[in-house]
Design a protein. Structure first.
Lengths: 113, 113
DNA sequence: TCCTATTGTTCGAGACTAATGAACAATAGG
DNA sequence: CCTATTGTTCATTAGTCTCGAACAATAGGA
């Protein structure tokens, strides 16, 4: 398996971030990874609430998050450990991720808003 | 021409906003509309820097911005007047649009960041 | 070393979506 | 009416997404 590509900070774009997070499944995955202290493995997200995500589809979603620069993925044995790159991205686009995650959580928490 | 649809605030979603602004042409158009004091007409954006946008494509872009809830479009004679709905959206997703526009402007102004 | 289980990626076919030239609709002003 | 202007709709083509099946990489025994 060839090593996974992670874009350097200089290649991360606002459009790429917005696109990656414009999908309900991906934003949900990213919100969970960003919130969590410990690395999340892909298969944790095979079942998302009611919805079952095929693992090939899930793999594509992770690739999109990775190539947008939102997460970093490292193999640990047979698993992939995924962590967020919020810290780095905040250096370049301060406030962006926080605002998106805040809005997303507000929407989920209180759909009647 | 049937009246244009503008979603009520309750139907505006984070994902819809992010998707609409994940396209380089659309985010550019929206940034201009949001910044401007006076309504912008569609044909102002036929030429975007170097790039020429076909008017049918432009019409689709405006429709996507409109249906995401980001702009309001009203016919004035033969033209469409487009204004941003930032004020309304801030009520629901405070800080989101400002953060996106700020990041976008930072990226455009200083691509080396 | 080989066999098996587990995790995730890649491939390919079908479904879906986006871009755009051409035709059309709406309005204004002779 | 006739024409010019602005923008939408339609049809075609190109591109993207989804997901089952096959494949790859690793771990842990037997």
């Amino acid at each position: 398996m060839r090593p996974l590509y992670h874009p350097p900070l200089s290649e991360i774009t606002v459009e790429g971030i917005l696109y990656a997070l414009s999908d309900p499944v991906r934003v949900r995955i990213f919100a969970e990874i960003a919130r969590s202290d410990c690395p999340q493995i892909c298969s944790n997200f095979l079942q998302l609430g009611e919805r079952k995500i095929p693992k090939s589809t899930l793999s594509v979603h992770f690739k999109i998050l990775r190539e947008a620069g939102l997460i970093r993925s490292e193999r640990r044995g047979v698993e992939m450990h995924n962590i967020s790159r919020c810290r780095e991205i905040n250096e370049k686009f301060g406030g962006l991720l926080n605002a998106i995650l805040y809005a997303y959580n507000a929407q989920r928490g209180d759909p009647q808003a």
